[in-house]
Design a protein. Structure first.
Length: 300
């Protein structure tokens, strides 16, 4: 059964208005998507965690599900897997995430889900997926509203961190503030992503598992795309003053690293510094960040 026929069958059996469920623990994203999807003609229901998404889907089978990967209780991929292999399978599934992961993208393709990045192109990706899933709907109202509210565009931060566990944790905390995060595990990948994405801030872990931080900073400062991008340095232990001085050294008239932080369970000092460059959500603050179990900080 194709998407159009599935929608027609659902509408005939239940309601003329197709049902859409949004599952995301970020209230700003939920409001953003809910407003636009309602304008498209969907009957929208929302939830802030994966467990409720499963319960709501079982009770009121949605015609399409938009689900965030990182959610409390049950993550978005687990929600997707359970629903796509059950009799409550929605005829459309859109998985959204703030940080791109090729393994997750491949997994979504395998189960027939659309994989959409958060950030400035979030609505474009969701809109395109909905048009493909429901070609018979009218989207005239959504075109205008989708171009509004630029304040919801996410700040983009690049984490160059070979300590994947800590990087993923920090990524999760940044997502709570509507900040898009990209993760690179070595210097070469970090430089490539920085030049292509032009992040607002670059957070560099020292020492690096692969690559030379001094050379990386020199390369970043040699490009017009990243010559003024603030660079923060994190480390597991305090760095000596000689190392800090070398990392701060100017390159072509531009400063090297601006701030240095020792990794802590909640990264309190780092978040305070980031507020100078990033527009955090007004609904949340640094004090809302929970402590992380020590084992999550282990080097992997």
């Amino acid at each position: 059964m194709n998407h159009s026929r599935a929608l027609e069958k659902s509408s005939n059996e239940n309601s003329a208005i197709p049902r859409l469920l949004i599952a995301d623990d970020d209230p700003g994203i939920v409001r953003f998507l809910s407003t636009r999807c309602s304008a498209m003609g969907f009957q929208v229901q929302t939830t802030a965690n994966g467990l409720n998404a499963l319960l709501l889907a079982a009770r009121n089978r949605p015609d399409v599900l938009i689900v965030d990967i990182h959610m409390p209780q049950v993550d978005g991929l687990s929600v997707s897997d359970r629903l796509m292999h059950s009799d409550k399978r929605p005829c459309g599934l859109i998985v959204i995430t703030a940080s791109f992961d090729p393994d997750n993208a491949q997994h979504c393709r395998k189960i027939g889900a659309h994989y959409v990045r958060k950030g400035i192109d979030l609505w474009n990706g969701v809109h395109a997926a909905l048009v493909e899933i429901f070609p018979d709907l009218s989207f005239e109202n959504a075109v205008t509203i989708g171009a509004s509210r630029p304040e919801l565009e996410r700040t983009r931060i690049l984490l160059i961190d070979g300590y994947r566990g800590a990087g993923q944790f920090l990524c999760g905390r940044l997502n709570k503030y509507c900040i898009e995060t990209l993760i690179a595990i070595d210097a070469s990948e970090g430089l490539r992503i920085a030049l292509s994405s032009e992040p607002t801030v670059i957070i560099l872990e020292v020492p690096m598992l692969s690559g030379d931080p001094y050379y990386l900073i020199a390369q970043l400062r040699s490009s017009g795309k990243t010559d003024r991008t603030p660079i923060f340095v994190t480390s597991q232990r305090p760095l000596d003053e000689t190392t800090k001085a070398n990392l701060r050294r100017e390159v072509l008239g531009h400063p090297g690293a601006l701030h240095f932080f020792v990794r802590t369970p909640a990264y309190e000092d780092l978040f305070v510094a980031l507020q100078q460059f990033c527009a955090f959500s007004k609904d949340q603050g640094v004090e809302d960040i929970p402590e992380m179990p020590a084992k999550r900080m282990a080097r992997i």
